[in-house]
Design a protein around this ligand. Structure first.
Ligand code: MEV
Length: 326
């Protein structure tokens, strides 16, 4: 038996950082996916898991008996292997299997690559072990895995990767509400090779808020109002308002200290070539920007590609998908 699961990456449209303080957020699933394939190992006595990652290439083993990844990384930098390992534990994987991961989402760019790998691994491994998980359960397990590996994480990445589409996450992540949008949302992602460190950036905002609560709290409150207004703009197809809100949000993210020279250059390059709105997406510090570019997709992509990487994205209405070959 061979089980294949795919799950999309994501981009946060509104609410990064403020979501950590219980504010709402809006995220979209993008048509760049992680694919996880599980096959039985030929040697059925063997209870090691062989993991092969295609892009970037990596080949390691997980020894289930000894409960560790082999060979161990001296700097404790197992990357997505830690997510795969913990995902398999969630479904009590016991037999030896081969897992092949094909990642079409750039790593460390704030586009939800680890969440997509986690969601796809849980979906594939649960089906392989004949455990029936609902989408809510997959999202919940995947969020637990992100918490175990990262220490802190909002459920936004794992929720959007599981369900797909556009999601409004209400205050304190109480409910994830799909937004039905009947107009095209032409988006471009620009990303720098320099990754942002989410943990450090979240911590730096926490320290800034502690030092200047009367200044930072109103910024987080403004971000909340931006997200609420953006929800209305999305539902009513108000392009101008959506772009304005992205640009205002960018200014506030800069005020929180999560901008960088590369991100700022991309934000202005996108605007100068016709984007109505552009902002950091994700934690910042490095990573990605998102630009809203009606009728200007190609122009913005090629302008960004002159100095960094860029691609246009479509919203992926499908979340996690599983396919079984007997
Ligand atoms: C990172 O993609 C988004 C942050 O808000 C952190 C989080 O929500 O876990 C910066």
């Amino acid at each position: 038996m061979q089980v294949t699961a795919t799950a999309p990456g994501k981009a946060i449209l509104f609410g990064e950082h403020s979501v950590v303080y219980g504010k709402p957020a809006i995220a979209v699933a993008v048509d760049r996916r992680a694919q996880v394939k599980i096959q039985k190992l030929d040697n059925t006595e063997d209870n090691t898991i062989q993991v092969k990652v295609k892009n970037p290439p990596l080949s390691r083993c997980i020894d289930l008996k000894e409960d560790r990844i082999i060979p161990e990384d001296k700097n404790n930098q197992n990357g997505i292997l830690d997510y795969i390992f913990k995902s398999l534990k969630k479904v009590n994987q016991e037999d030896g299997i081969e897992i092949t991961v094909d990642l079409k989402i750039p790593l460390g760019a704030g586009l939800g690559s680890s969440a997509a790998v986690t969601v796809a691994t849980i979906a594939a491994a649960s089906r392989y072990n004949q455990i029936n998980l609902s989408k809510d359960e997959i999202a919940e397990y995947a969020h637990q895995v992100e918490l175990e590996v990262q220490g802190a994480a909002s459920p936004i990445d794992t929720t959007i990767s599981t369900f797909g589409g556009i999601i409004y996450l209400s205050r304190n992540a109480k409910t994830a509400i799909p937004l039905q949008i009947n107009w095209d949302l032409p988006l471009v992602i620009g990303y720098t090779e320099k990754p942002g460190n989410t943990g450090k950036l979240v911590e730096s905002v926490r320290l800034k808020r502690k030092a200047y609560p009367e200044i930072i709290n109103p910024i987080l409150d403004s971000m909340e109002r931006i997200t609420e207004n953006a929800r209305e703009a999305l539902l009513h197809g108000n392009q101008k308002k959506l772009g304005d809100l992205m640009n205002i949000n960018q200014g506030l993210l800069d005020a929180l200290g999560v901008n960088s020279i590369e991100l700022s250059n991309m934000v202005y390059t996108a605007r100068n070539t016709g984007a109505i709105g552009s902002k950091i997406t994700g934690a910042g510090g490095g990573g990605s920007i998102i630009a809203f570019c009606p009728n200007k997709l190609e122009k913005v992509v090629s302008a960004l590609e002159a100095s960094e990487n860029a691609f246009s994205v479509h919203i992926s209405p499908e979340g996690v998908q599983v396919n079984v070959d007997e």
